[in-house]
Design a protein around this ligand. Structure first.
Ligand code: ADP
Ligand code: ASP
Ligand code: MG
Length: 462
């Protein structure tokens, strides 16, 4: 009997239309099925906002937000013809979230651990709703909280699943249900430590939950249902005629998500890939579409740049000075500073003359990092060995990704030619050592133009 894990994202559980598609997809699939669900679209964001309001002492606003979510879920349940059981479950969960938020407001403090307990509300309410609906359509389904299933370390907000204990629990709790023909509907995103304290796997983490469960259960396939027909050649909101890619390698998918293609989360599908489980990205609203298969091995299909992606909200810091060339340990001191300031660096580039080094970091961290670098190099700045530390913000990283770039001459020339014709000014360049991406920095205002220019250049249909 085949065993499939099906994950449905936020928009795939947030409307009557979406839920009707979901029911048909699950009902019509033969074999053993495990469903993993996200919170309804926007819910996790709203819970974060409630937590921030509570932390600032505004318990009333926090409560209003959660009551709003409660009402939305009750309305959604009613829209799909469910009235009783899920309503009371939502009520119980809402009271719990409201109490947590009140405590946060009293303390004026929301730790990562408390935040996880609060945001867990989203998936805790969506799973019973989906299970109830499947049940109403003749599918024996049961909501299951992943808090009893996926065991993680205690890194609240971005916890790491422990495969050994998770596999054990999955075998113990899910396999008997599957054998009996039931469909477990598991909460995505949330998990718990071995002691039972709620954790979350990071934003967008439901994909991760699904991949972990697929690996733990030795599934035959992992299907990630979303609101687009697979991984596209560009963000469909930027490039209107972006097309779904039939297949991409895991390495390409990882590069794409690293540089902002939010359709799949970087580390999320790795457990499934490592377990050699085929992963497919499919469209809930057009389930017959082919979707995208993510493969462990590179896909050779003659394409060069397969997809173009971008990541905004960044700042570029340049440390510059003629006296820097040949000074040993210079780069090390730059990175010691970023590490001490706990700033994550998305991209680095050093000019060949060695007299400048550029770092791309989140925009919020740029001023803090600039001041820290000025302190680190205060002596060199006085001596003019370091001329200046400059900031350019807001900027965006635009990346062209494709296995076919490896060893294909002239790709960079085509990228820059296209940008030139599109009147996009390139602020900095970096080629990853992987050779399957070229990434460059542009001003935020030119981000979309840059994505379109590169996408059009490598679009085989043009
Ligand atoms: P879900 O809630 O189902 O997990 P997400 O919002 O996390 O869905 O991811 C799907 C969205 O990712 C799409 O609606 C699309 O707007 C966006 N996206 C960005 N880049 C890409 C891309 N290259 N291919 C497909 N979708 C992309
Ligand atoms: N609900 C969570 C989030 O919005 C997890 C997910 O949707 O994958 O980040
Ligand atoms: Mg997602």
């Amino acid at each position: 009997m085949t065993r499939t894990v099906l994950k449905f994202g936020g928009t795939s559980v947030a409307s009557k239309d979406a839920l009707e598609h979901l029911v048909a997809i699950v009902r019509d699939l033969a074999g053993e099925r495990v469903v993993v669900v996200s919170a309804t679209a926007g819910t996790t964001d709203a819970l974060h906002e409630a937590a921030r309001a509570a932390e600032a002492g505004d318990a009333d606003r926090a409560e209003r937000i959660v009551r709003g979510l409660e009402a939305a879920h009750v309305r959604l349940a009613a829209a799909v013809g469910l009235q009783d059981a899920p309503g009371s479950e939502v009520e119980r969960l809402t009271e719990r979230a409201v109490s947590l938020l009140r405590s946060v407001a009293i303390l004026h403090e929301c730790t990562a651990r408390t935040l996880d307990a609060i945001v867990a509300y989203g998936e805790r309410v969506s799973a019973p709703l989906v299970a109830g609906l499947l049940h109403a359509h003749g599918v024996t389904a049961e909501p299951v909280s992943a808090e009893g299933l996926i065991v993680t370390d205690g890194a609240f907000g971005h916890a790491n699943p422990l495969m050994g204990p998770t596999a054990e629990r999955a075998r113990r709790d899910l396999v008997p249900r599957l054998r009996a023909g039931a469909v477990p509907v598991v909460t995505g995103y949330i998990a718990a430590t071995a002691e039972g304290v709620t954790t979350t796997l990071g934003r967008g983490g439901s994909d991760y939950s699904a991949a972990v469960l697929a690996a733990a259960l030795g599934a035959d396939e992992l299907r990630i249902y979303t609101d687009v027909s697979g991984v596209m050649s560009a963000d469909p909101r930027i490039v209107a005629d972006a097309a779904p890619l039939a297949a991409i390698s895991y390495a390409e998918a990882a590069e794409l998500s690293y540089f902002g293609a939010k359709v799949i989360h970087p580390r999320t599908v790795l457990p499934a890939i490592e377990a050699r489980i085929p992963v497919r990205i499919l469209n809930t609203f057009a389930p017959a579409d082919h979707g995208t298969t993510i493969t462990a091995e590179p896909v050779v299909d003659g394409s060069v740049v397969k997809a173009t992606t971008s990541l905004g909200g960044l700042g570029l810091i340049t440390v510059q000075g003629a006296g820097m060339s040949g000074v040993p340990g210079f780069a090390a001191r730059v990175f010691d500073t970023t590490a001490a300031e706990r700033v994550s660096v998305l991209m680095i580039s050093q000019s060949s003359s060695e007299n400048s080094i550029c770092l791309v970091v989140p925009k919020e961290s740029t001023d803090r990092l600039r001041r820290a670098l000025e302190r680190m190099f205060s002596v060199e700045l006085q001596r003019h060995d370091v001329e200046r530390v400059t900031v350019e913000a807001p900027v965006a990283i635009v990346a062209a990704v494709g296995e076919g770039m490896r060893g294909t001459p002239g790709v960079a020339a085509r990228v820059f030619g296209a940008l030139g014709r599109g009147k996009v000014n390139v602020v900095a360049i970096a080629q990853g050592s992987s050779e399957l991406n070229i990434s460059l920095v542009v001003q935020e205002a030119q981000r979309e133009a840059a994505v379109r220019a590169i996408h059009d250049e490598f679009d085989a249909r043009h």
